[in-house]
Structures are given as structure tokens and as C-alpha cells.
Design a protein around this ligand. Structure first.
Ligand code: UGA
Length: 436
């Protein structure tokens, strides 16, 4: 089995790279292919193009053992037994997921590898995509040599390695039983329950999982609005709800809402799949609606403290869509900052990971007015208020005496409920959380 040679299409992206490094760690020979020549060039030198805890070490190990190689020549995948397709499925303007990168990746592979091989679709694709790809293979007369297996990934950014090596479940969908079993057996011995099923079920399990997580967050945020109005504390309410084992404690953190490249995009795609089938998806639409409301609410919270925001100086802590990543894709911080700038606020931003030079330049092109701070204390210096948008642990560990001295007015508007109101008020802050 370890004799298999594996290929990764999209090996320079988050999902592709985590898969490549983890599969090499499990002892497979892996060729990670990406069209982005600059990424491949730096990966060959062991330079990782993104921040994911533990990834750099695994990539270095893989290169050292010779099990992991990076390439921008598709020919290197001419003899792989299993090819993982980990390319992007970005949202089209109408919200549906664009699967052209998946189609192109398979096309490219088939040009150099006529089989036998298994193409494993890891990316989140609309229901029916795996069947469509399989039909395409049949049309070109290769269905006896190439099998399509849906094996959705459930990796969260920031915990990608752990999620891969200790999965909660392994879902494999397809019609070729042998191929499905081979893909499941890659994780031998299986460290999690394995669900063998059809393509459509596998595709829907992935969509429904992300939609459920998003709904859980919007649900607690909706409860947070009432808690806010009634002077409750949503962190205690969440704990009280989550201790019921039928509900569970996860994804009940209220705040400025969910963001990032997955939950919102997949929710939109799912809503559009309902629309295309002439159906409504009222719960999913409400989930998105509540999430957008939270982004408006945080600006209202700032206005509650400062009045008209025109000309006010505000420090913003957190650009990444969540802690543990430098990913800015579809981060809630971007629309919130855009809103503040449109109101005439002077914005100074800090983020411990997502403020490297390339990202700064990208953001400066969008928002020429923003200023940068190299530490949270510099972001606070002389400001009318400090706004927390990402739950980085270092923000929770800030020295509150220093912070208060730095701020022109001791106002903390906390979109992630990192502090306790009583504690902050005792320290002399005006503290506005989300539902506390
Ligand atoms: C999500 C899923 O959690 C993964 O299982 C899935 O594999 C992945 O999408 C994907 O489809 O590729 P990810 O987007 O990396 O992973 O991050 P999450 O941990 O789900 O967080 C998403 C957003 O929800 C973040 O902005 C986070 O701050 C927010 N969040 C999370 C809350 O506002 N409250 C919570 O209680 C939890």
C-alpha cells in the first residue's frame, strides 16, 4: 500500500499543502503540483507560502526523507495511483461555486495519465459534480481506467494538521467499490469512523456540515442580541446551552460572526443549489442575514461609545478571519474596516500574522487611508477607542494598565468577547462586548 504514488493538484494551496505534507508524513510518496510557479519555487526551498501551525516542520521532514516533492510539471503526475484534487472552487457572481478549476485539473491530469488511477475530489463542489466528472471520463472512454471518488475534507485553518491526522470521520463516496475502499484505506488504520456512500451523499455531508456550523454561530449571535438588550452575559448562556450533550459546547462563541473562505461561500453555494432546484432555504438565508447584521452591529457599538465616527481615531485589532491563520480571504475585518472608513473614521490596524508586506500592500490598494501598527499597544496609542475583531490569544493577554495609559479614551469595543465586562469596568474601561 505504501508503494502507492500520490499526486496533489493544487499542492501550493492550504488544503493541498496540508494533504501533501501529511500524506508524506504517513509514509506515501507524494508529488505536489501547482500552476503557481513562484509558490513551487519557494516550496522546493522549504519556504511555506502560508501560516499553518506545524506545517513548515512536516514539509521540511517530507523534503528531507525524499517522500515529498513539489513540481509545476504535470508530467510528474503521469504515473500516480491516486490524485487528490485540491484546487479552488470560488464563488461566481451569482453565488454558485465555480468548478472550472476542478474540471481543468482533471483534464490536465488525463492528458498525461491515462490510468489506472483514482481522482479524489477533496474540494467542496456542488451536489452532482462528481457524477458529472465521472460522465466526462466515460465520454472519453477511460472509465475502466479512471475512477472518481468524493472524499471531502474537513480541515479547519489553524488546526489543519491535527484535523488531517486525527479526523472526526472519513467520508468516501463513489460507485467503484474498490476505488472507494482504497481511498478510505489511505488512513490505515482508520482513526475515525468511515462512511462509505455515494457521490451525492458525500457532497451533501460536506455542505451540510459547514452550513450547520454557520447556523450554530448565527443562532448564538441571535440569542446574543437579546442577551445584550436584557443585560445578560452570552458567554454564560453559551456555556449553559453547550453542556447539554445533545447540543455540545462547540461553535457557540458569539461575536462579530463567521467569515473566511469556506463557511460563507459554501452557504451561498448551497442556497443557490436550492434556488436552482426551485426550492427555498429559509434557515440558511437567515443564517447569512444574522451574520451580516453582526458586522453592522459592531460598528453601531462603536457609535454607541463615540457618537459620530467622522474624524475619530480607532485602533483595530485583528485582520485574519480567525486566530491561528494569516488568511484574509473573505475576512469580516475587511467589510468592517471598509464601513468605518466610509464613515470618515481614521483606522490603525494590527494583526500578529496577517500583516506581512504583501498583505499590507494588497490592503493598502483597497483602503489607501489605513495606518499600520506593529503591536496592539501602538494600535491603541492616542486612539478614541480600540476595536477587537479577531480572537488572537495575545489580545487577551494584553497588559490592561499599559493599554489604558496608551488610549486617549479607555474605550474597548470587543467583537470577540475576550474580556469580562466587570473586570474591564473595574480597570476603568468603558467596555462593549457582543451580547455581554
Ligand atoms: C471551516 C470548517 O470548520 C471546517 O470543518 C471545514 O473543513 C472548512 O471550513 C472548509 O470547508 O474547508 P474554517 O473556515 O477554517 O473551517 O474555520 P472555522 O473554525 O470553521 O471558523 C470560521 C469562522 O467562524 C471564523 O471567522 C471564526 O472566528 C468563526 N466562529 C467560529 C465564530 O464566530 N464562533 C464560533 O463559535 C466558532
Amino acid at each position: 500500500m505504501w508503494g502507492y504514488k500520490l499526486g496533489i493538484m493544487g499542492g501550493g494551496g492550504h488544503i493541498g499543502l496540508v494533504h501533501a505534507a501529511c500524506l508524506a508524513f504517513l509514509g506515501y510518496r507524494v508529488a505536489a503540483y501547482d500552476l503557481d510557479t513562484a509558490k513551487i519555487k519557494s516550496l522546493k526551498q522549504g519556504i511555506i507560502p502560508l501560516y499553518e501551525p506545524g506545517l513548515e516542520k512536516l514539509v521540511h521532514e517530507g523534503i528531507k526523507t525524499g517522500l515529498l516533492g513539489f513540481t509545476n510539471h504535470i508530467n510528474s503526475l503521469r504515473d500516480v495511483d491516486i490524485a487528490y484534487i485540491c484546487v479552488g472552487t470560488p464563488a461566481l457572481p451569482d453565488g454558485l461555486a465555480d468548478i472550472s478549476q476542478v474540471e481543468n485539473a482533471l483534464e490536465e491530469l488525463v492528458q498525461v495519465n491515462k490510468g489506472p488511477f483514482i481522482a479524489v475530489i477533496k474540494c467542496t463542489v456542488p451536489v452532482g459534480t462528481n457524477r458529472k466528472l465521472s460522465r466526462r471520463i466515460k465520454d472519453i472512454g477511460l472509465s475502466h481506467k479512471i475512477s472518481i471518488v468524493s472524499n471531502p475534507e474537513f480541515l479547519a485553518e489553524g488546526t489543519g494538521i491535527e484535523d488531517f491526522l486525527k479526523p472526526s470521520r472519513i467520508v468516501v463516496g463513489g460507485v467503484d467499490r474498490e476505488a472507494v475502499a482504497k481511498v478510505a484505506a489511505i488512513h490505515t488504520p482508520p482513526s475515525a469512523p468511515v462512511i462509505h456512500t455515494g457521490w451525492e451523499n458525500a457532497e451533501l455531508i460536506k455542505h451540510a456540515s459547514n452550513a450547520f456550523l454557520a447556523t450554530k454561530i448565527s443562532f448564538i449571535n441571535e440569542i446574543a442580541s437579546l442577551s445584550e438588550a436584557q443585560e445578560g452575559d452570552i458567554t454564560i448562556i453559551s456555556k449553559g446551552i453547550g453542556l447539554d450533550p445533545r447540543i455540545g459546547p462547540y461553535f457557540l462563541e458569539a461575536g462579530v460572526g463567521f467569515s473566511g473562505p469556506c463557511l460563507e461561500k459554501d452557504l451561498l453555494s448551497l442556497i443557490n443549489q436550492y434556488n436552482a432546484a426551485g426550492e427555498e432555504a429559509p434557515i440558511l438565508k437567515a443564517t447569512l442575514y444574522v451574520n451580516n447584521q453582526r458586522r453592522r452591529q459592531i460598528v453601531k457599538n462603536l457609535e454607541k461609545a463615540l457618537g459620530n465616527l467622522n474624524g475619530k481615531n480607532v485602533g483595530v485589532l485583528g485582520l485574519a478571519f480567525k486566530p491561528g491563520t494569516d488568511d484574509l480571504r473573505d475576512s469580516h475585518s475587511i467589510p468592517v474596516i471598509r464601513h468605518l472608513l466610509s464613515l470618515g473614521t481614521v483606522v490603525t490596524v494590527h494583526d500578529p500574522m496577517a500583516a506581512n508586506e504583501a498583505k499590507k500592500a494588497w490592503l493598502m490598494r483597497q483602503f489607501p487611508g489605513i495606518l499600520w501598527a506593529s503591536s496592539p499597544y501602538f494600535a491603541a496609542e492616542g486612539k478614541d477607542a480600540l476595536l477587537i475583531l479577531t480572537a488572537w490569544p495575545e489580545y487577551q493577554e494584553m497588559d490592561l494598565d499599559i493599554l489604558k495609559q496608551k488610549l486617549a479614551r479607555p474605550i474597548l469595543v470587543d467583537g470577540r468577547n475576550l474580556f469580562k465586562r466587570v473586570q474591564m469596568e473595574e480597570q476603568g474601561f468603558e467596555y462593549i462586548g457582543m451580547g455581554i
